[in-house]
Ligand binder design. Structure first.
Ligand code: ACO
Length: 436
């Protein structure tokens, strides 16, 4: 960001001196009022719960224009990346700032594959979890635990170790997630194979058994790879901000990513695709398309506490460009599997149609987000719904670690430490136990 020509002046009704603040200009998006010296100059904080108007960092990784439905990774539109690239190319792009050449792509793939096996003791570590534990609970623990198994990549001041932790996280995440899945089913772990693609390998580790060779269907592998691309980064969302805040203390990248996974689990964020599919299944069980009107009435009634899951977004207020690609991918997967008449897909289309015409949603600028169709697609691919958020975590790992690295190498980097407006009791004396 550079200091622009314009300035902002804050005046106060109590007669205190006005303050003039610099305005910083990025390459795109809103200008930013630089309030770093506000407290020193005025003794006042700003108040912005949920960061509705606050830029917490400067970044050159991902750009979103929520009004125009634009999402760019390092300048490249998501629509072009989803069609022309595979997930590992996108990982390389997010990490390095440029797309790989053919040679770089081949080398990167080889390198990632070489790190895909996990420490044997991690399998034993997994054996301590109940088999019915939520996969996100297990994943949070396993990734945090990586710091114990790979202590040679914890120095946040070493570029070499950044690279090592990044490779390990991208490479081992599919292996660990597939292990969580097979463990929950009581099936043996499948080892990664170097002759398969990143995503093909993941599908084989998820669904293959030692008894028969996994039959890969390229269209389905491509669909999952596209889901990974769509979820790879999304600038300063809740889990990424969590990774940055956690990592700002100088903790290990594994601990920072584990904190992001914990945040992602929530139904307002990464848990939305599971919640969305459960919502569709519930409406289907209660009568399907003919009950959609009744369900929508409940969604619009604030007292019901029911939201239309997979709808709405903090940033996209026109359309989510990922949702369009996701809907198309969903169609392709269902067609490949002969599930065009899938009742949940039909139900989703009916809900979407009503919502896009209903003033409640139109007035609030609520549109389908990427998760509205990703749940149906993942279900068709055979992924159980409790594993959906793990798939999201796998994809977002490259975003988290790229953003973490950007933060830790930023010359303006500081430990994250928000302030507060205190509304509790002021100083009072502790009464003795018998008088309380
Ligand atoms: N269904 C019904 N009403 C909604 C929905 C929804 N899905 N989303 C927002 N609204 C309403 C709110 O009730 C509020 O109405 P009001 O102005 O009358 O009070 C208004 O729209 C604004 O809602 P906020 O919660 O203030 O919007 P915010 O930007 O904070 O929340 C969020 C965004 C969390 C995504 C929200 O839209 C939501 O809960 N959606 C459902 C969950 C979901 O799909 N999450 C996935 C997000 S994408 C991702 O993580 C990959």
């Amino acid at each position: 960001m550079v200091v622009g020509d314009k300035k902002a002046t804050i005046s106060f009704s109590d007669g205190s001196e006005p303050v003039v603040l610099p305005i910083l200009v990025g390459t795109a998006g809103p200008d930013v009022i630089d309030i770093r010296n506000l407290y020193r100059a005025t003794g006042k904080f700003t108040y912005d719960p949920g960061f509705l108007s606050t830029a917490s960092c400067q970044s050159n990784i991902t750009y979103i224009d929520g009004d125009r439905g634009i999402l760019l990774y390092r300048g490249y539109p998501i629509e072009q990346l989803a069609i022309n690239c595979d997930f590992l190319e996108v990982c390389f792009l997010l990490q390095n700032g440029e797309l790989p050449t053919a040679t770089q792509k081949a080398e990167f793939e080889k390198l990632v594959k070489s790190y895909s096996i996990v420490h044997e003791s991690m399998a034993q570590f997994m054996n301590g979890y109940p088999r019915n534990a939520h996969p996100m609970a297990v994943l949070t623990g396993l990734i945090g635990g990586m710091a114990a198994f790979y202590p040679d990549s914890l120095d946040v001041n070493s570029e070499e170790q950044h690279e090592l932790s990044l490779l390990r996280l991208i490479a081992k995440m599919p292996t660990l997630i597939a292990m969580i899945h097979t463990y929950s089913r009581g099936r043996p772990f499948m080892f990664p194979r170097s002759d398969l693609s990143y995503t093909g390998n993941f599908l084989r580790m998820m669904f293959g058994t030692p008894l028969s060779e996994f039959q890969e269907k390229k269209i389905l592998t491509r669909a999952l790879d596209r889901i990974f691309i769509l979820h790879a980064d999304h600038e300063q969302n809740a889990s990424t901000s969590t990774v940055r805040l956690c990592g700002s203390s100088g903790t290990s990248p594994y601990a920072a990513v584990a904190s992001g996974i914990a945040c992602l689990w929530g139904p307002a964020h990464g848990g939305a695709n599971q919640a969305c599919l459960e919502m569709l299944e519930k409406i289907h069980a209660e009568g399907g398309v003919k009950r959609v009107g009744e369900f929508m009435q409940k969604v619009k009634d604030k007292d019901s506490g029911i939201r239309l899951m997979g709808f709405g977004h903090r940033v996209y207020k026109n359309f989510d460009p990922r949702a369009k690609i996701m809907q198309e991918t969903c169609r392709q997967v269902l067609a490949e599997l002969g599930l065009e008449n899938d009742p949940l897909f039909k139900l989703a289309l009916a809900l979407e149609k009503i919502a896009l015409e209903d003033t409640y949603f139109v007035d609030r600028k609520l549109y389908p987000n990427v998760d509205f169709y990703s749940g149906i697609t993942l279900k068709a691919l055979g992924v159980p719904k409790e594993m959906f958020t793990c798939i999201f975590a796998l994809a977002r790992t490259i975003g988290w670690i790229s953003q973490w690295k950007e933060m830790i190498t930023d010359t303006e980097y500081k430990i994250g430490r928000p302030r507060q407006s205190f509304v509790g009791s002021i100083k009072r004396d502790v009464p003795s136990l018998k008088t309380r």
